[in-house]
Design a protein around this ligand. Structure first.
Ligand code: ADP
Length: 362
């Protein structure tokens, strides 16, 4: 097990600040996902952790030791890349055993450890196959075994399952999680898939333009996004431009009592935090499209101002396109200049318009 500490790490490519003053600590045995849009600096940050990229500034510590200047092969880290690049002229066993041979391990030890690694990734008995006789998922497991066999204290994974189909990705994700628990390896996992991050991570680090936007447990990131960017990036979120006047935030026909200074603000409501009530006549929003997911209905609405809004309801509510609905947020948050400035308590059941209620900032 190992603790990883990143201090004020930066990496510039010409005028691009790929990673910009990032500090982050990953605890012993913890799995942190780096999540963010393409180009936000996730891979560059991970590659610096592994020693494949030199920082422009800052330092990296593993178990208190400064490894910033230490090359990849002498760091206690292992790396699994998106493209697995197995050696096609070697069989699976040869691929997995290669790193141990380089380290001049005894033959019986190589045998034992390579077999154990293949078993760990569910490929016991596949040692004699050639990589081209394996499926994409199996090849990626070999790549994983090739890293695990070297018993890294920290395993760094760069979108390792991105090229696989959804079903396989989910299975491998679970296996990574199992391996991490069994072997107690500290892991940093880069992904641009929020589902992957929510399913895997002990903590999620959200990256944006080379900076760390927010880091926290998945439920905290989901329920208390600190910035409008995170709110819009994780899960589904209705983000409605509005204005606060005399203690009321008005956005897209929704009015909510808030104790905020006057001015522009963005109202953020998750679809599952909206309750819909049948509206009389053409008051309210019109139901544009309904998708039945079995467990819930996804209801897309257009407000009187023509804005889109998404709600999630019980299937029994029976919404169909063309109906009119009034929109009641049970929970919402407010952003100003991109930052969270107010967050309601869960299921406070705000009635509209209830101007007497005050919203306290979180
Ligand atoms: P992500 O992994 O989030 O997609 P990257 O770390 O790959 O992001 O890239 C971050 C930024 O740094 C991007 O603007 C990218 O174009 C730039 N970048 C990454 N690697 C290089 C490189 N070797 N040379 C020049 N620019 C690079």
């Amino acid at each position: 097990m190992a603790k990883l500490e990143i201090r004020n790490l930066s990496r510039a490519f010409g005028s691009t600040r790929a990673v910009d003053d990032v500090s982050l600590t990953v605890a012993d045995g913890e799995l942190v996902c780096l999540l963010g849009p393409s180009g936000s600096g996730k891979s560059t940050l991970l590659r610096m952790m592994g020693g494949f990229e030199r920082p422009s500034a800052g330092s990296i510590f593993i178990d208190g030791q400064d490894v910033t200047e230490i090359p990849p092969e002498r760091r206690p880290t292992g790396m699994v890349f998106q493209s697995h690049a197995l050696w096609t002229h070697m069989d699976v066993f040869g691929n997995v055993a290669f790193g141990l041979k380089l380290r001049r391990q005894a033959r019986h030890e190589i045998q034992r450890r390579a077999e154990a690694a293949l078993e760990m990734v569910g490929l016991a008995g596949y040692g004699k196959r050639r990589p081209n006789e394996l499926s994409g998922g199996q090849q990626q497991r070999v790549a994983l075994a090739r890293s695990l066999v070297l018993e890294p204290k920290i395993l760094l994974l760069d979108e390792p399952f991105a090229s696989l189909d959804q079903h396989l990705r989910e299975r491998l994700r679970e296996e990574v999680r199992d391996i991490q628990h069994r072997a107690g390896i500290t892991m940093v996992f880069v992904t641009h898939g929020q589902d992957e991050a929510l399913a895997l991570a002990d903590r999620i680090a959200i990256m944006r333009d080379g900076r760390l936007e927010q880091i926290g447990r998945p439920d905290t990131i989901y329920r208390q996004p600190k910035t409008e960017f995170v709110a819009g990036f994780i899960g589904q979120m209705n983000l409605l431009a509005g204005e606060v006047r005399q203690g009321t935030l008005a956005a897209s026909g929704i009015s909510l009592p808030v104790s905020l200074d006057e001015g522009l603000a963005t109202l953020a409501i998750r679809p599952e935090d909206i309750s819909l009530q049948k509206a009389i006549g053409e008051d309210g929003a019109v139901v544009h499209r309904v998708t039945d997911f079995g467990t819930h209905l996804s209801v897309e609405l257009r407000t009187l101002q023509g804005l889109r809004l998404k709600a999630m309801t019980e299937p029994a509510q029976g919404w169909v396109a063309g109906m009119y609905a009034s929109v009641h947020p049970r929970k919402f948050s407010v952003y100003r200049d991109g930052r969270l400035c107010a967050l309601t308590a869960q299921t406070s059941g705000i009635e509209l318009p209830a101007k007497s209620q005050q919203l306290e900032p979180a």
